[in-house]
Design a protein around this ligand. Structure first.
Ligand code: ZN
Length: 600
């Protein structure tokens, strides 16, 4: 067995995925709301027997490696090393992927070397003196510089690039790709120059990029420059400070979000260590997803300007979607946390304890700018707040604010609900188109469902026998699921059924359909009785549909022959036989209505 297979075998996909997504037991499988697309009912399934996952909404699926590559955006070699380390396997030299450094790992390494270089310049080299005294003036302690690996990019033009090329043997194209070097007049030069350097370190301790700040703001040039987009750095996906804050975030079940690096650093020095900087105006989906892995409460502490709060409003649907509670800290005098702490750390800490729900905050803020005796102001308030309320998922909380709003507007609760309905239906259309369901015929759905019921049951052999009593003779062998149903019938006649042994017996081209069936989300069947009933109902409807189709074909054939005066005796016999079968089935299922499937 090669290393890749060995690591896969030692890895338990359930416990791996459980570290990122809360899984619930569902029959022989586990299920969750899909981490890759937006949904309210779980269609993300994980099979311990097959060691695979599959989402029936967005169709992402695979093994433990695929999961990490999708979820953590790892490349294969990185995922292999990650899992090998997790299960305590030392990879062989030359094992597939083990010697390979992925593109991303090469870039992480260059960024790591650069951050050490910048940190050395700041703390030890004469070129960093000016920056060091600037930081002292801003009351940044020496130990903090080490904790956040703060550095300084000298103004020399190519100090970092020469260090990476000559001392560390880095490749020119890697330096260019990392965004740390740029080509100017044919020469490779440093991208950052004469700036304080804040490395962006992700939750897995990789240095993904930098934020460079000028020491003295001048009229020309921006105050902050960030690494351009690279394979490891995407604007808006990272937080400054997460590698340091993540443990405390988990402990307190709360993350405090601020705007800038100095806000994080000053809070840290005051012992508030669950603080992150968002590095942008609105939270992105990648950021909210990351937060949801650590905390259930997010506290926003932004500058009091309009841009900051527009960002908050835009972030609310995302926070709701990931079930995060949002609160707000309003700092005295509208200062940012860094200023507020310098002014008076005690007041700042007190403000932290009095965070208010974000909806209260936004409502109060809006009301303060309106005169509610005026009808156009009332409309203004409704137009502002109703779309926000539609995104609240908890009905109790939603109702609370609707009542509050109806009192404020002096209007009935019912008319607000009606008004809100307009916003909701506009919104739902957008969400709906995000997930495109495959269009299957009723027969196809029934076949897939029956197969899933059979392979996921505790009594596969009995149920196969029962359902194939009728189906064996009439079910075609064209589609993958039809072939699987027939093979399952043959197999269970001779053998004891286990998922893995049956999988080993299958031809390769049917494996995918089989995996899908083993993961297909089923309703809850607690007692055996209802499970058996469900199997029979589905098998009977499937049989009925195939019989009806067959009868239709036969009667067309008979009509055709009669026109040509040909012998129709054998066709008539077959017709009578099938009509008899159908009749028998009809007696078993009294109504003609298609059954409601217990799908989730
Ligand atoms: Zn999905």
């Amino acid at each position: 067995m090669d290393d890749v297979a060995l690591v896969r075998e030692r890895t338990d996909i359930i416990s791996l995925i459980q570290e990122y997504v809360p899984l619930k037991k569902a029959g022989r499988n586990f299920k969750a709301n899909c981490p890759f697309h937006n949904e309210n009912t779980p269609s993300f399934m994980v099979s311990p027997e097959r060691q695979m996952f599959h989402c029936f909404g967005c169709h992402k699926g695979g093994d433990a490696y695929t999961f990490l590559m999708e979820y953590e955006h790892m490349e294969f070699p990185e995922a292999l090393r990650f899992l090998a380390k997790r299960v305590g396997i030392t990879l062989h030299e030359g094992a597939r992927g083990s010697g390979l450094t992925s593109r991303k790992e090469a870039l992480y390494e260059i960024n790591r070397l650069a951050s050490s270089f910048y940190h050395y310049i700041l703390t030890t080299h004469p070129a960093g003196k000016k920056a060091l005294s600037y930081l002292k003036e801003r009351k940044i302690h020496e130990a903090t510089l080490g904790t956040f690996r703060i550095g300084f990019a000298p103004a020399s033009g190519s100090a970092l690039v020469s260090y990476l090329l000559r001392k560390k043997g880095c490749k020119e194209e890697d330096i260019l790709e990392s965004g740390l070097g740029a080509r100017r007049m044919g020469r490779l030069v440093d991208f950052f120059s004469d700036r304080l350097m804040f490395p962006l370190i992700d939750h897995r301790e990789n240095v993904v990029g930098f934020s460079g700040r000028v020491l003295t703001a001048t009229a020309h040039g921006p105050k902050y420059i960030n690494t351009k987009d690279t394979p490891v750095y995407h604007k808006g996906e990272h937080f400054f400070g997460i590698s340091i804050a993540k443990e405390q975030m988990r402990k307190e079940d709360q993350a405090i979000l601020v705007e800038g690096e100095f806000d994080v650093i000053s809070s840290f020095q005051e012992g508030i260590t669950n603080v992150l900087a968002i590095k942008g105006s609105a939270l992105t989906e990648a950021q909210v997803r990351l937060l949801s892995r650590y905390v259930r409460k997010v506290t926003l502490c932004f500058d009091d300007d309009t841009a900051g709060w527009d960002g908050v409003v835009r972030s609310l649907p995302l926070l709701e979607r990931f079930d995060l509670t949002a609160t707000v800290i309003a700092l005295p005098g509208g200062k940012d946390p860094d200023e507020a702490i310098k002014n008076d750390p005690y007041t700042f800490k007190a403000a932290l304890k009095h965070d208010v729900p974000v909806y209260d905050y936004l409502l109060e803020k809006k009301i303060a700018s309106l005169d509610l005796k005026d009808v156009s102001s009332k409309k203004n308030l409704g137009d502002f707040f109703l779309p926000i309320l539609t995104t609240i998922r908890n009905e109790i909380i939603k109702e609370h604010y609707l009542k509050k709003l109806s009192a404020l507007l002096d209007t009935t609760y019912e008319s607000l609900v009606r008004e809100m309905g307009r916003h909701v239906s506009a919104k739902r259309d957008v969400l709906f188109t995000q997930v495109q369901k495959e269009k299957l015929t009723r027969e196809e759905v029934l076949e897939q469902y029956l197969l899933a019921l059979l392979v996921q049951s505790e009594k596969t052999k009995d149920f196969v026998k029962e359902s194939m009593k009728v189906l064996a003779k009439i079910l075609p062998k064209e589609r993958a699921n039809q072939k699987l149903l027939h093979l399952l019938n043959e197999y269970t006649e001779q053998n004891i059924y286990t998922t893995s042994q049956f999988a080993a017996f299958l031809p390769t081209e049917l494996i995918e359909a089989f995996n899908t069936a083993t993961l297909y989300p089923l309703g809850q069947f607690v007692e055996d009785g209802s499970y058996k009933k469900e199997v029979n109902r589905v098998a009977n409807e499937l049989a009925t549909r195939h019989l009806r189709r067959k009868l239709k074909t036969l009667s067309l054939q008979i009509d055709e022959r009669e026109k040509n005066n040909e012998e129709t005796e054998s066709l008539r016999k077959e017709y009578t036989y099938i009509a008899g079968l159908l009749d028998g089935l009809r007696r078993m299922i009294p109504s003609n209505n298609p059954i409601k499937l217990h799908l989730e």
